[in-house]
Design a protein around this ligand. Structure first.
Ligand code: J9N
Length: 245
């Protein structure tokens, strides 16, 4: 999978050289390219922003700069490959495990990191004429820019790309994953068996996998009911009482 990230702060994406994503890049599983948006800005100041029409606080990133950048980045694929453009924004649809899993099957993603008060809306309108475009929110809070969101999206997607996780079973038992039926994952334990005055639950120290699976399912249900009852409602809506089997 190829992932391009366009930003005015390329240094913010340095963590993509580290850990899981860094290893996957060096293994040739991911082709991650970070581009400085100012490459496409003109003038001595390499301006990328201007005042919003209609007034209002702050500045917007301009269409000509983003248009030139996306034209070049999205034209650099094999043959006439077309990427999916992902744009982090508080005004986007929520990032979910299901969306990340879908994107993990894509051959090519481009992430556009906005700053200031955002990007001129015509940039996305124009891009939609040539490629799929999705706006994605990390949650109901506002960051200073899209770079942190891009790091989150790249990591959430990359770990689902075949071969990136050492043990693909890990992803199946993630919270929100199909393997946990969209529930939160159960509490987990490792050695030592006793730590301070706290013991690993007896059931996990036995060898009965059916009993362990049931225990984990019950703890998942309990945790989900306590922390995310909305997920439980969705599960019951989908499966009825069988959701608790
Ligand atoms: N969920 C979310 C996204 C964002 C931003 C994306 C780009 C600039 S600010 N804030 N919060």
């Amino acid at each position: 999978m190829r992932i391009d990230v366009v930003t005015i702060f390329p240094g913010y994406l340095a963590p993509l050289d580290e850990a899981l994503v860094g290893r996957a890049r060096r293994a040739g599983l991911l082709d991650v390219r970070v581009h400085d948006l100012r490459r496409w800005a003109s003038g001595v100041h390499k301006a990328v922003d201007d005042a919003p029409y209609g007034g209002g606080p702050g500045m917007l990133m301009t269409a000509p700069v983003w248009g030139a950048a996306l034209d070049e980045v999205t034209a650099s694929g094999d043959d006439d490959a077309v990427p999916r453009l992902l744009v982090p924004t508080p005004a986007g649809a929520p990032l979910t495990q299901r969306r990340a899993a879908g994107w993990a099957s894509e051959p090519w993603l481009v992430l556009a990191c906005g700053r200031y008060e955002g990007i001129d809306a015509r940039v996305l309108d124009d891009a939609r004429r040539r490629m799929p475009v999705e706006e994605v929110s990390l949650g109901d809070y506002v960051l200073a820019g899209g770079e942190v969101a891009a790091l989150v999206v790249v990591e959430a997607v990359s770990r689902l790309v075949p071969g990136v996780l050492g043990n693909p079973a890990s992803a199946e038992l993630d919270s929100f994953a199909e393997g946990t039926a969209g529930l939160l994952e159960a509490p987990a334990y490792t050695r030592p068996e006793r730590w301070r005055d706290l013991d690993v639950p007896e059931v996990l120290r036995g060898g009965n996998h059916a009993v362990v699976d049931r225990w984990r399912r019950d703890r998942s249900l309990e945790r989900t009911a306590a922390v995310r009852p909305d997920l439980l409602d969705a599960l019951v809506a989908r499966h009825g009482a069988a959701a608790f089997d």
